[in-house]
Design a binder for this molecule. Structure first.
Ligand SMILES: Nc1ncnc2c1ncn2[C@@H]1O[C@H](COP(=O)(O)OP(=O)(O)OP(=O)(O)O)[C@@H](O)[C@H]1O
Ligand SMILES: [Mg+2]
Length: 246
């Protein structure tokens, strides 16, 4: 099985070297758990360390704010875009209802998962992207009448993404303690892997952890790993390391 290393410090060794190549992985967690940072880091590392072009579909945040925020981690997205190593597709129009001034965006009118998929497919052909991020699936703003409908739509999206040959990370959200992994309760069944991020404030210390809930064709860690958001991005720690620091 070929792997797509995330390049995120401490993560790849938990999953036999990286995500299964060409598959879809769900990254889920509550708000502010680091999903966006993790997914941008996956693309930045891919571009810088592995020279793999990536596509970032932003459905929650405006591209310019994102570019600004990520500079804080030393990630110059604009530069990667100029080098052809990153393409940002502005899907935030779905949420704000405002037209986009970006080079790549989705149409304001008649937006749906189908149009988004086609835009991604088109861009991936043009840029030969090896990594794709969709952040986030609930940001598409879809409402499904039934669970069957939702499952069908997500399944179709995953199948389309598979055609690109790229390794895809899709973010979704869950509330802490909720007994499912995505907003629609169906994402978990159609993806090839699930990574869950947790955030618990205990006392004066915040406590961030990550666990791998599923990774097809992979012997993966089943532990709850402490993570830290540093000035260079996310670092996944071994369990004993966190105790040593207490
Ligand atoms: N430079 C930084 N250093 C340390 N922690 C940071 C830094 N920047 C952001 N954070 C932390 O990361 C959190 C935001 O992470 P991120 O935007 O990736 O979360 P998210 O899971 O995508 O959230 P949402 O559900 O709102 O989209 C902030 O709430 C903050 O706690
Ligand atoms: Mg986010």
């Amino acid at each position: 099985m070929e792997r797509t290393p995330t390049g995120i410090k401490g993560f790849d060794e938990l999953v036999e070297g990286g995500f299964p190549k060409g598959r879809s992985i769900l990254l889920t967690g509550g708000c502010g758990t680091g999903k966006t940072i993790f997914s941008i880091q996956y693309l930045v590392e891919g571009a810088k360390t592995y020279s793999e072009p990536g596509i970032y579909v932003t459905l929650d945040e405006r591209p310019n704010l994102l570019r600004q925020d990520m500079l804080g981690f030393g990630w110059d997205l604009r530069k990667l875009e100029e080098q052809g190593l990153l393409t940002i597709i502005d899907g935030s129009v779905a949420k704000t209802g405002l037209p986009s001034t970006e080079d790549n965006s989705i149409p304001l009118i008649g937006f749906d998962l189908e149009k988004l998929s086609l835009e991604i497919l088109r861009t991936s052909k043009k840029t030969e992207a090896k990594r794709i991020v969709i952040d986030s699936l609930p940001g598409v703003g879809l409402s499904f009448e039934t669970e069957g409908e939702a499952r069908k739509a997500v399944l179709r999206l995953c199948a389309l993404l598979e055609q690109t040959g790229a390794t895809t990370l899709i973010t979704s959200e869950i509330m802490e303690g909720e007994n499912r992994f995505g907003r629609y309760g169906v994402e978990e069944f159609v993806v090839d892997g699930i990574v869950v991020l947790h955030y618990m404030g205990i006392g004066t210390q915040s406590n961030r952890t990550l666990h791998i809930r599923k990774m097809r064709a992979t012997a993966h860690s089943e532990d709850l790993h402490p993570i830290k958001i540093t000035k260079n991005g996310i670092v996944v720690k071994k369990i004993q390391e966190s105790y040593e620091n207490v």
